[in-house]
Design a protein around this ligand. Structure first.
Ligand SMILES: Cc1ncc(COP(=O)(O)O)c(C=O)c1O
Length: 392
């Protein structure tokens, strides 16, 4: 067996600069606009329909719906709003508890917090970096009770009203196992698929396996609308209701204003949807380039003490953000400092949610894997500008 060696940070910087053929600052993830973006946005401006009505919103929703295979897709102003709407639709209410992973971007917990709910923070699995089915089952077996009114947390008597796994860096969670546990405990499954447009779980698009899913089109995602999100709905009925409630719950009428429930103004502007339509045309190309980049990183780190984070064997990931696990915390800190000083942006993973002041009292279980990943993981530049495809 070949002996492992520790690659020096300067070798990594050289490797990344060579990939991007650039001596300038290299960001973690920059958007690429090389298609019809300008044409569609100009068309929107010329039409004057820049706001909440216009053909690009409908087109973008349909494009994403068809691509993901969801029953209906509803565009929103951002991914956090999409998550909020998804949780609203499955019935999360003030005072409820929602199970999610401690290792996530803060938006997952913000969305449920704004509904008056609180998170239960569980561990992730090392295989997917996403909510661990074993941890979920163990927690429910020990701390929950199922009644005719749903699932309750035994100690606090509060309702547990949803389970929200997040597909970390685009790598799909262990969805069959999670879905089976949710079914057993009568819990809706809402997928935070903000990072995973283009990622498939056993051939099915992430965000379409649970009751609801949420995508983000923030500027750092695989495609962007500037700001934007999408709710993926598991039935047309849920989709129609989601559209209604996210567009001020206005009863359809040519001129009368009647709103039949408190609604959200979460509708994506036509201007952003125009950008989204153009970006969807490039998604296939971005995915090819990002997966090719992941292969290069994997080969580069294969004989080192750094462990490249690969997609789980059941999944096809969009490799939104490439990541490595460093051999120890000292080498991680050294790596982060050196690369950032050299103008190559790298980043540690998010701090676990219970370390943030607003979630420090959250109910949580053992978080061994999350703590290990938090300590050792580094994200690498992942824009889809890949040399073998761009240089030809
Ligand atoms: C895991 C996760 N959830 C939710 C969001 C929220 O999306 P947005 O920034 O579009 O509100 C993001 C990204 O920004 C995210 O990474």
């Amino acid at each position: 067996m070949e002996k492992c060696r520790n690659i020096m940070p300067h070798e990594i910087v050289t490797f990344i600069r060579d990939i991007y053929k650039s001596n300038d600052f290299i960001p973690l993830h920059a958007p690429t606009f090389n298609g019809n973006e300008l044409a569609y946005v100009s068309e929107t401006i010329n039409s004057t329909f820049v706001s909440s009505v216009g053909k690009f919103v409908d087109e973008f929703e349909l494009n994403v719906q068809v691509y993901t295979g969801s029953a209906k897709a509803v565009a929103t102003v951002n991914g956090t709003a999409a998550l909020h709407a998804a949780m609203y639709m499955v019935g999360v209410k003030t005072g409820d508890l929602v199970i999610t992973q401690a290792l996530t971007f803060v938006a997952t917990c913000n969305a449920l917090h704004h509904m008056g709910a609180e998170p239960i923070l569980l561990d992730v699995s090392k295989k997917s970096l996403s909510l661990c089915p074993v941890a979920l089952e163990r927690f429910l077996d020990e701390f929950a009770i199922l009644t005719k009114d749903g699932c309750f947390h035994k100690d606090s008597q509060r309702k547990i009203s949803a389970v929200v796994p997040m597909h970390t860096f685009g790598h799909p969670a262990e969805l069959d196992e999670l879905a089976a546990i949710c079914e057993k405990w009568d819990l809706p499954l809402v997928e935070d698929a903000a990072e995973s447009l283009g990622s498939f779980y056993k051939g099915r698009h992430t965000g379409t396996i649970g009751d609801m899913g949420a995508l983000s089109f923030n500027g750092n995602k695989i495609i962007t609308t500037g700001g934007g999100g999408m709710v993926l709905c598991s039935s047309v009925e849920l989709g129609d209701k989601t559209k209604h409630v996210t567009t001020t719950a206005k009863a359809p009428h040519r001129y009368e204003f009647f709103h039949d429930q408190p609604g959200f103004n979460y509708r994506m502007p036509n201007l952003n949807a125009a950008l989204g339509c153009a970006q969807m045309e490039s998604l296939g190309e971005f995915l090819i380039k990002k997966r090719a980049l992941a292969v290069e990183y994997q080969e580069f780190f294969s004989k080192s003490d750094y462990q490249f984070v690969r997609e789980p064997d059941y999944a096809k990931s969009n490799y939104w953000l490439n990541a490595i696990i460093c051999p120890d915390k000292a080498s991680r800190d050294n790596f982060l400092q050196f690369t950032n000083e050299e103008g190559v942006m790298t980043r540690p993973i998010w701090q676990l949610m219970h370390r943030l002041p607003m979630f420090k009292h959250a109910i949580r279980d053992e978080l061994k894997n999350s703590e290990w990943i938090e300590k050792l993981l580094v994200n690498l530049p992942s824009s889809p500008a890949h040399r073998t495809l761009t240089s030809e």
